[in-house]
Design a protein around this ligand. Structure first.
Ligand code: G16
Length: 566
């Protein structure tokens, strides 16, 4: 329980941050997100919640002030749990309750209830919250609001980490709770030394094919990719564009979300001048990446954009990891279990390996993962928190959203086994494969999707395979698809089911979508309310681009008609 002094301290601090009247906040896909000028009370209160979470778990918690891919005027807050992943979903309800609790008195009452329900102990307990932000203009004042919230809970301190990418902060939380220093330099050292080890463990004489061009979305990624480049000491050449250093606007006509959704080149890239070059776009807080190049198309004379999205990145990762597992299995002479990809390694047992996607995954990618790689594919609703949870159920689990957010998770006991037994495996290929997997577990950010570590993984695998980006692109051909946003009066009128593939709340809408989809060869479409922007998202796939565009437009019109379009 909180005593009188503690409660009045909290009430006084909260009174400084009154919530904007009439505004309802919702935790959403990845935390609160709205216009930055409206967020001070919500950020203060989330600071309090993070402090309570730290006391409850007796571990370090993280907060990042960012609205990632949203427009510059927006801001938001992401919470990292002790393992570095997103805040446990059980606590999202608390976040909603305290963000909407009215005045300081009601807020304190709501906090008291959480304290009681979670049996949070004060007294000698102490907690810590790491705090960072992206480059948005509203960031510094929101960081101060968060700090005041954290420190309004007695016994808890805030540690400012300055400007970081979201995945860096998540990584630091995970590292700190594992007993490591968890500093930014440790982050870059870990990534670059894992990359160096993997190059040493790879086939000799393979070098990169020309520099990688990085679109930094005019955001925090620009500074951090520069740091990464420095720590790589020339091991991988990168040319950095869209740094925002001359006042260019964050996420405006640039970045991973723009390139993946609109399928057009970002600013400062030229279809002809950059033709054939290997390019990557990251997003506003550098937790997503998508690769692309421009080249001739069969039907058009001018070069067109070829997108290698999160699905194709996952396919590259999955094939590489499956190869390493197969090498270990081959040298130990054991069998790959057939019902799902679970090679049996003597002394460890079946290594469960699976991948996780959402409904946005291109149908061709799912087929490739299942049929070409023989993997188990699980579908979840949108949001890293959902995918991460499923991937964590495997010894090696990979998750990716088509928009470029994803990572690889290794079960601790499996990495431990590799470290202990890798060297005792018969034959050099077995030993090498074990060492490679161990290094991959360091190279990837196991807390959350990370554009920086994702880039290093892609670059490395391309070098192992001796592939150009064009060769990688041919592993499968995407079904043509189209995404649209529809503005409606209240997007919460749409609720969905079956991993967001079907509308539940408006049966006529789902029926109309079904009727429309039926008219298209290889047609597939779904709609869902965004959890980060005030829009309804529409996704459509069909046999040709023209058909996919038509289907998306028709479904968009249905949403407009039947769900209160504005
Ligand atoms: C966040 C989430 C992602 C999600 C994206 C879009 O990304 O972390 O998992 O795919 O929002 O969500 P929605 O379709 O609900 O708007 P980010 O990069 O914006 O933090």
């Amino acid at each position: 329980e909180m005593d009188r002094d503690r409660l009045s301290l909290l009430r006084d601090a909260a009174a400084e941050f009154p919530p904007p009247p009439g505004k309802k906040f919702s935790y959403g896909t990845a935390g609160f997100r709205t216009d930055g000028s409206l967020l001070h009370s919500t950020v203060f209160r989330t600071g309090v919640l993070a402090a309570l979470r730290s006391l409850k778990t007796e571990k370090v918690i993280g907060l990042v002030i960012t609205a990632s891919h949203n427009q510059e005027a927006d801001n938001g807050i992401k919470v990292a749990d002790p393992d570095g992943g997103m805040l446990t979903m059980d606590w999202e309800v608390y976040a909603d309750i305290i963000a909407n609790a009215g005045d300081a008195n009601l807020f304190v009452k709501a906090v008291e209830e959480i304290v009681k329900k979670e049996d949070i102990q004060f007294g000698s307990a102490s907690g810590k919250v790491l705090l960072a932000r992206d480059t948005r203009r509203s960031g510094p004042s929101l960081v101060e609001a968060a700090r005041k919230g954290i420190e309004a809970v007695s016994g808890v301190s805030a540690e400012g980490k300055g400007v970081l990418t979201t995945p860096q902060l998540h990584w630091m939380v995970r590292a700190t709770n594992k007993g490591s220093v968890g500093s930014e330099s440790e982050y870059f050292d870990t990534l670059s030394s894992a990359f160096r080890s993997l190059l040493d463990l790879g086939p000799s004489g393979v070098s990169e094919r020309g520099p990688l061009i990085v679109d930094c979305s005019n955001g925090v990624g620009a500074e951090k990719v520069t740091c990464l480049q420095r720590s790589l000491e020339g091991l991988n050449d990168m040319e950095i564009r869209n740094t925002g250093r001359n006042g260019e606007i964050l996420n405006y006509l640039v970045g991973a979300d723009f390139v993946q959704k609109e399928k057009v080149l970002p600013q400062n890239f030229d279809a002809v001048r950059d033709e054939g070059k290997r390019c990557v776009s990251i997003d506003g807080d550098a937790d997503r990446l998508v690769y692309f190049y421009t080249g001739q198309s069969v039907t058009e004379l001018t070069p067109v954009l070829h997108l290698l999205d999160g699905d194709k990145i996952m396919a590259l990762f999955a094939a590489f990891i499956a190869d390493q597992l197969r090498s270990i299995v081959n040298v130990t002479g054991s069998a790959v279990k057939q019902e799902s990809f679970a090679p049996v390694i003597p002394g460890y047992g079946a290594v469960k390996f699976g991948v996780v996607q959402t409904a946005y995954a291109n149908g061709a990618s799912t087929r490739y993962l299942q049929q070409n790689l023989g993997l188990e594919v699980v579908l979840t609703p949108t949001g890293v928190k959902h995918l991460h949870e499923k991937a964590a159920a495997y010894d090696i689990g990979i998750y990716f959203e088509a928009n470029g957010h994803g990572t690889v998770l290794f079960r601790d006991s499996f990495v431990h086994w590799l470290k202990k037994n890798g060297d005792t495996l018969p034959a050099v290929e077995g030993k090498l494969a074990a060492k490679r997997l161990e290094a991959v577990s360091e190279l990837v950010n196991q807390a959350v999707g990370d554009a920086l570590s994702g880039i290093l993984m892609v670059e490395l695998i391309l070098r192992y395979q001796g592939w150009s980006i064009q060769q990688w692109d041919t592993i499968y051909t995407d079904l043509p698809s189209r995404q649209l946003k529809v503005k409606v009066l209240d997007r919460s009128v749409i609720t969905t089911t079956a991993a967001e593939t079907r509308v539940k709340s408006i049966p006529q809408l789902q029926e109309a979508i079904d009727n429309e989809v039926e008219k298209y060869e290889a047609g597939r479409a779904f709609v869902r309310p965004s959890g980060t922007e005030d829009v309804v998202r529409v996704y459509a796939e069909a046999a040709t681009q023209e058909l996919a565009d038509n289907l998306a437009r028709e479904v968009g019109l249905l949403v407009h008609q039947l769900a209160g379009g504005v």
